[in-house]
Design a protein around this ligand. Structure first.
Ligand SMILES: [Zn+2]
Length: 59
């Protein structure tokens, strides 16, 4: 299971979630809770580029 690793815009620390632990707001946006500051974050997914052809989760 791939891990999503993002920099939190609230506390500027890296956090990570398994893909099956995130909620999808829509097909291009996920909602996660930061490991550090416990803020709810909406993270846009990159859908263009090297991963564009990869199967999406949650569909
Ligand atoms: Zn944070």
């Amino acid at each position: 299971m791939p891990m999503l690793v993002r920099k939190c815009p609230k506390c500027s620390k890296l956090f990570w979630r398994k893909e099956d632990e995130v909620q999808y707001v829509d097909e291009n946006t996920i909602k996660v809770v930061c490991n550090h500051c416990q803020q709810v974050l909406r993270i846009p997914l990159v859908t263009q580029g090297a991963n564009a052809g990869a199967p999406k989760m949650g569909h």
